[in-house]
Design a protein around this ligand. Structure first.
Ligand SMILES: [Zn+2]
Length: 131
């Protein structure tokens, strides 16, 4: 398969499916290959849900076996916006990028602000009625 035909963001199932079809690897082989258990492999295939650390392992194997290099080798996919971003765009231990983190903080601020305004309005209305 020529390098340019490789998808840049295949699912875990696609990558493992390709490895299995090409090399006839069993679940036990895959578990050894990725230093995990067969039930974890089964879980990945079924849910496409995989940790960042394990995704790195699967991706590097997939691209290596395709004689290619991972186009997102130094990046991580943001769980919020779904974009691949440089690892430096994430705070330690965060699965969402700084841009998304900032947006969420701002959104939280505006939501609180709306609540505050509503409270104040209600209070003014009450004071006017009774004052
Ligand atoms: Zn993001």
């Amino acid at each position: 398969m020529p390098a340019e035909k490789l998808p840049d963001d295949p699912s875990v199932a696609e990558m493992i499916g390709w490895i299995t079809a090409r090399y006839g690897t069993s679940k036990a082989d895959l578990a050894r290959m990725f230093q995990t258990t067969q039930s974890t492999i089964h879980y990945w295939l079924k849910t496409d849900n995989i940790s960042y650390r394990n995704l790195r392992k699967v991706r590097s194997s997939f691209y290596y076996l395709n004689n290619s290099r991972d186009p997102h080798a130094d990046e991580r996919k943001c769980e919020e916006c779904g974009r691949w971003r440089p690892v430096a765009d994430y705070r330690d231990g965060k699965a969402i990028c700084r841009a998304c983190e900032n947006r969420k903080t701002l959104q939280h601020y505006w939501e609180n602000r709306d609540e505050e305004l509503k409270r104040r309005k209600a209070k003014n209305w009450y004071n006017r009625k009774t004052g």
